[in-house]
Design a protein around this ligand. Structure first.
Ligand SMILES: [Zn+2]
Length: 202
């Protein structure tokens, strides 16, 4: 599935000049790098250089890998995805993300052929472990699979950003728990994030 662009008029919030900006109705593997680096939503004003992050409803779909990730900023739950949209991606893994950061992360996870339920549980465990030592940690995101097969995560602290490497065996252990102990997901759209992970361990 190719990406579909549209140009929309936009007023720079800084210098008030009018521009046409590129938005995407849908995104596909030909825009994979732009999505995974989050540059697809970055807009730089040609008149004054002001940088704006454009966040709007869109989706990323990879037909070969059979997944679709919907970005619906500030959606309350999965009911924002219509029956028609679900029908369009029948038999695909369907996920809802409510923020640009989690959308980018989810595409990274699925493009790396990882199980997102295992990744969210692994993030929760890692976050909790670090939080005991340093309570200024605020968020954790999957970054990429390293060339040695370990998994790299970005750690967001109150005033700092760091990274952590988690080995493949640890991921495999969590994946086994997901496969053996969690009920399989239905054919539906899910929001699988840290809140979801938290709800699994109570
Ligand atoms: Zn401007």
């Amino acid at each position: 599935m190719e990406s579909i662009e549209k140009k929309i008029p936009f007023t720079c919030p800084s210098c008030k000049s009018e521009h046409m900006v590129t938005c995407y109705e849908q995104l596909g593997p030909n825009k994979k790098e732009e999505v995974m680096s989050a540059s697809f939503l970055q807009w730089d004003c040609e008149s004054c250089g002001h940088k704006v992050k454009l966040v709007y409803p869109t989706y990323y779909c990879n037909i070969e890998k059979e997944f679709v990730v919907f970005l619906r900023p500030n959606a309350s739950d999965v009911s924002c995805i219509t029956e028609d949209e679900k029908e369009m991606f029948k038999d695909f893994t369907m996920r809802l993300c409510k923020t640009a950061d989690t959308f980018v992360e989810k595409v990274r996870v699925f493009e790396a052929n990882l199980n997102d339920r295992a990744i969210e549980l692994l993030k929760l465990i890692t976050f909790a472990k670090i939080h005991v030592e340093n309570d200024t940690i605020q968020d954790i995101f999957f970054y990429r699979r390293s060339e040695h097969g370990s998994l790299e995560f970005t750690l967001m602290y109150k005033e700092d950003i760091d990274g952590i490497d988690i080995d493949q065996a640890m991921y495999q252990n969590v994946l086994n728990i997901v496969t053996d102990e969690l009920p399989p997901l239905e054919e539906d759209v899910y929001c699988i994030d840290l809140n979801w992970a938290g709800a699994q361990v109570v």
